[in-house]
Design a protein around this ligand. Sequence first.
Ligand code: HEM
Length: 166
Amino acid sequence: MHGWLFAFCRWVENTPLAVSILESSWAYPYVQLTHFTGLSLWVGTNVYLDLRLMGVGKKRQTAAQLGEELFTWNWIGFCIAITGGFLLFSIAAMTYYRNPAFRTKLGILIPIGIVLHIVVQRKARIWGQTDNVPAIGKLAGLIEFLLWLSVVTAAVLIPYFSADPS
Ligand code: HEM
C-alpha cells in the first residue's frame, strides 16, 4: 500500500464526520440513500443519452437537444453521488482501499468513464444534430453504456471481496 494513501485512509476514517456516521444508529442508511440517489441520476441520464445516440427509444428530440436538456441534472447527480460515495468510503476507508472491486471501480473504471462521458457529452452536440448519428457516435454511446454497467457491477461486487465480513 502506498504510504500516503494509507495515511490518507487512516486520516479519513478518524475525521469527526466519519466517526459520527459510524457511531450513529440512523445516519448510515441516509448516506447510502444519498449515494444511490446521486448515482441513479448520474447513470440514468448518462444511459439515456447513450441510448439516444445508439438510436434506441422514441425520438422526441435529437441527441444534441437531449444532451443539452439533461446537462444540469446529469452533473448534479454526479456531485451527489461523489459526496455520498466519499462518505460511505470514509467510514471504512482502509478496508475499502484493500478491496479489489472497490479499487477497480474507483481507480480504473470511474476515471475512464468520466473522461469518456465528457467527450460523449461534448461530441453529442455534433453527432446528434439529426437522427442520423454517425457510426462513431453510436459506438461511443455503446462503450459509455458498457462502462457504467461495469462500474455498477464492480460496486455490487465490493461486499463479495471484503476481507471484513462485518
Ligand atoms: C459516480 C459514479 C459511481 C457509481 C455509478 C457508483 C455505484 C455504486 C453502486 C451501484 C453501489 C451499491 C453497491 C451495493 O450495495 O450493492 C455503490 C456503493 C458504494 N460506493 Fe459507489 N458509485 C460511484 C462513485 C463512488 C465514489 C466516487 C466512491 C468513493 C469515493 C464510492 C464509494 C462507494 C462505497 C464505499 C460503496 C459501498 C460498498 C459496500 O460496502 O457495499 N462510489 N456505488
